[in-house]
Design a protein. Structure first.
Length: 157
């Protein structure tokens, strides 16, 4: 069994570009149109720019905290394979975790950020004991994909 979240990643990237474009267009309209020479509804042009800037910064911080990842998962050929890459700017190194099913020990799913973000931590048996791998953010997976992943990992304990 295998899956990836390519469609969701494409949607998230498209949304990011649309937000940037809309913010740029609104900024240009506020600064260079004649509509905002005088206060509109009692609010000055600078206040509108600050509001727009606040909204954009909030969006960037939200997406940064969610840490969306492109994730490819497969459990074929006797091992669990997770290939993932963060969608954060400047943090898009490709990462790979492979655990043989016979060495797989456990997994933990942790919810955070108002239950909007789910992180997966994998544990494997080694000659030196149980090791934990770095957490994988599952925020960009659908609920169905997370449930499939949970069932697959629980069935192989």
């Amino acid at each position: 069994m295998h899956f990836d979240n390519r469609k969701r990643v494409m949607t998230l990237n498209t949304r990011r570009y649309i937000v940037i474009l809309v913010c740029f267009v609104v900024f240009v309209i506020i600064n260079f149109s004649g509509w905002f020479r005088k206060p509109v509804m009692g609010i000055k042009k600078e206040t509108y720019i600050l509001i727009e800037l606040f909204i954009y910064i909030f969006y960037v911080l939200y997406t940064y905290l969610m840490n969306y990842n492109y994730i490819f998962f497969t459990d074929d050929s006797g091992k669990f394979t997770f290939k993932f890459v963060s969608l954060r700017p400047f943090d898009n190194k490709k990462k790979l975790i492979e655990i043989h099913k016979k060495d797989f020990d456990n997994s933990s799913f942790k919810k955070s950020f108002f239950n909007l973000k789910t992180d997966l931590t994998l544990y494997a048996n080694t000659a030196n004991g149980v090791v934990s791998y770095p957490s994988i953010s599952l925020s960009a997976l659908s609920k169905e994909q997370i449930q499939i992943l949970k069932k697959t990992l629980q069935n192989n304990k």
